[in-house]
Every structure is written in C-alpha cells, then in structure tokens.
Write a protein that binds this ligand. Structure first.
Ligand code: DI6
Ligand code: FE
Length: 401
C-alpha cells in the first residue's frame, strides 16, 4: 500500500475508545496518506506499506495532536493591572461590577483592528502549538456588538491561514452586557437573536454558539433564547455553566443537546444526571479555577460515576485564565481535581474532540482520521502530566505535515 509517510519504532497512545486506558502500543507505527491516518497500530499487524518517506521515532511516544476545546484567544489589551488589584484583595466579581473585567477587555478589543487582533492572538496560538496542539477552539465575546463580534470571528478564522492548525470558532455574544445596553439585558439578547446570530450564521463565521449563564452574566431564561436562535440557524450550542454559582445551566444545556457544559464547579447531582442523559461533555477548566482561587471543586466523582465524558481546556482569556499551556492544564487537572493521567490525556485529545463534535475527524490515532500527531521525548505518558513548565515535544504533525 502506497503511503506518504511512515513513522516507525514509536510507542503509541492511540486513545482509541475500544482499547483500555490510553490504548498504549509498545512497538507501533503510523502511516499517513493525503493528510489522513492510513494505519496506526502494532508494527506486527501493519499491512505492507510502501512509504515515500520513513521517520524513525527511536522509541518516542506518539499521541494524537492535542486539542484545546475552550479558549478566548482573540482579544485586545491585557488585564495585568486587574491581577494586581486582585492581589490586593478585590474579588473577580467586584472588579466586574465596577466596570472592569470583561467590559474593560471589550473596550480594548473594540479599539483594535482585525489585523491587530490577529497579531496579538498569534503569540498565544504559537505557545499552544509549541506544546503539540493541532486543533483550537476560539470564541468571540469581547466585541459585544455585531460589528466587533464579526471582526473577532474573522480574526479567529484567519489564524488558520497563518499557521498549520485547525481552528473551530464559537460565537459568544452573550458573554457580558455591553455598556450601551446597560439596564436592558433583554434588549441585548434580542439584538443577539435577531441580528447577530443570523449575520454570523450567514457568513459562516461560527461553528457553535456559547453563552455565559451566571449571576454576573445572563439568566437561564436569556440563555434559552440564545440557544433557540442558534438552533434555528443550525448551530450547535455549548455553555459556560455553574462557574461561580448554580444557575442550573448544565441542565439547560442538556435540554438543548449541547456539545459541552464548561467550568461546572457548582454543578449539582441533578445537573450531572441531565448531562449524562443527553451525552453532554463536561469541559473542566482548571486554569480558571486556579486563577480565581476557587475553592469549590467540580464534582469529578459524580461525573465519573454517571459516565459523563470529561474534557480539559485552557480557557485562555485575559481575566480568569491567562494560560496557554495544555501540559500545565493537565497537571492542574491532576493536582487540583484529582484526574488520573489517563483521564488527563483523554481530556485533551479524544474527549476534547467529542466536546467539539469532531470525534469522527480527530482526537484518536485511528485509520481514517486526520493525521494530527504529537511526538514526545518521554519514557512514559505520565511525564506529560506531572512535570510543570517543561515541554518535551519532539515534533508536531498537522494533517500529515
Ligand atoms: N468565564 C470566564 O472564566 C471567562 N469568561 C467567562 O464567561 C472570563 C472572561 C474574562 O474575565 O475576561
Ligand atoms: Fe471561558
């Protein structure tokens, strides 16, 4: 069988769902053709392959390319000053209510051009890619008007032409109330449903729609309207749910067959059950938990028991998670949330793919999927989780390249 490239003498973590644990294979090979995996498995069972190029991995580990299923990578400015305020005792919610927080980033984002936003997002994207990421979800949500949300989504889409990476975009107009709608959140929700979602859908700028369902964000009733408008335009939904309080957002997400419910520190058992029934992925964001010094843990044991898939993401954003490392995200998920090494690795590969609705395309080393690989200079997979601030990536392969 002709193939473009053959990686040999590799140890594989296939993450294939029918294999136990991470699907470890000691003497493995991966073959690619036309950007797809032709074969990934034991060398002994490989078909006869006729590669144009062979790469000797010298015993290195190959995992699926890492996937970050929740980021706010595109924004203007930074919030280092608010970080200093929080160090002096101000809380995240106090700062948000005083006009800081998301709205301060909105001003900086509105002042930036599409090219400015692209330029400022690229170093953050590069940091993720340097650790083996091959697919990144990017949300809007700092423009908060039709014009500026569209600008952010266009900048996000342009990231994919600047680098070898798959970018999945999400419209998050319902992230915060912009000042021009002050006192009229329902009017802003009308604007989102009647103008913004139709425009974003017509331009094909978003792959999904998200909302911030929270005391300082939008109510469940408002979130419901956003979800209904998204579905009317054929867009799947996901939700920032139960981050700072229990608004029963996860159950609402489940009702709409959401791809994922994210954060979840305040999720209760009814919410867990609703997610399990509807097959909603729990995307945990330990970087945000760490940065806001949250003390309430997401109910990981309940999620496990109910069989809710668990994904991990950086939540890269200027306010609550200025984090651009999926390796550190895994370490935090293990240390802070007590996820196992296998759960952490699945969380940034297979389950992250599931959270994006792309499990048929990426997330495991299986024939037919995109050939997105991370090749690591490690002796055992646990090294990817237990070290902090060390990057053992040897090579990154995106679409076979
Ligand atoms: N939850 C978060 O943690 C981020 N957005 C959200 O809905 C915070 C965004 C920010 O503070 O800029
Ligand atoms: Fe977020």
């Amino acid at each position: 069988m002709r193939c473009d490239r053959l990686w040999i003498k590799a140890r594989l973590a296939t993450l294939a769902p029918q294999q136990p644990g991470i699907g470890a294979i000691e003497d493995g090979v991966v073959a690619s053709r036309d950007g797809r995996i032709l074969y990934a498995g034991p060398a002994s069972q490989a078909p006869t392959l006729d590669p144009a190029e062979t790469v000797d991995c010298e015993g290195r580990w190959i995992t699926p390319g890492l996937i970050d299923p929740h980021t706010h990578l595109v924004f203007g400015g930074d919030r280092a000053q608010e970080f200093e305020m929080r160090l002096q005792g101000a809380s995240y919610e106090e700062i948000a209510r005083a006009g800081g927080g998301i709205v301060s980033t909105m001003h900086a984002t509105r002042a930036a051009s599409e090219s400015d936003l692209l330029a400022s997002a690229l170093p953050r994207l590069d940091a993720l890619l340097a650790e083996g990421a091959t697919t990144i979800e990017v949300k809007s949500g700092y423009g908060l008007s039709l014009e500026h949300e569209i600008k952010c989504l266009r900048a996000a889409r342009r990231l994919a032409s600047e680098r070898q990476v798959r970018i999945v975009t999400t419209f998050l107009g319902a992230h915060a109330l912009p000042p021009e709608w002050s006192g009229d959140p329902d009017g802003y929700i009308d604007e989102i449903c009647d103008r913004m979602i139709p425009a974003v859908a017509a331009e094909g700028l978003a792959d999904a729609v998200d909302a911030f369902c929270e005391g300082i964000g939008f109510s469940p009733a408002q979130t419901r309207r956003v979800f209904a408008a998204a579905q009317a335009h054929g867009l799947p939904v996901k939700l920032h749910a139960e981050q700072l309080s229990n608004q029963h957002g996860a159950a609402l997400a489940a009702e709409f067959g959401a791809l994922s419910a994210d954060h979840l520190e305040h999720l209760d058992t009814d919410g867990v059950a609703a997610m399990a029934r509807a097959g909603v992925v729990a995307t945990l964001l330990p970087g945000a938990f760490y940065s806001v010094r949250e003390t309430r843990l997401p109910p990981v044991d309940d999620l496990r028991r109910a069989g809710v898939p668990i994904a991990l993401a950086t939540d890269c954003n200027p306010g609550t998670s200025p984090l651009t490392s999926l390796l550190l995200t895994m370490n935090m998920a293990a240390t802070l949330f007590r996820l196992t090494v296998d759960e952490c690795l699945a969380g940034v590969t297979r389950e992250a793919a599931r959270a994006l609705g792309l499990l048929g395309e990426i997330g495991t080393l299986e024939a037919g999927k995109a050939c997105d690989l991370a090749i690591w200079d490690i002796e055992r997979p646990a090294e990817l989780v237990y070290r902090m601030g060390f990057n053992p990536l040897h090579a990154r392969v995106w679409s076979g390249k």
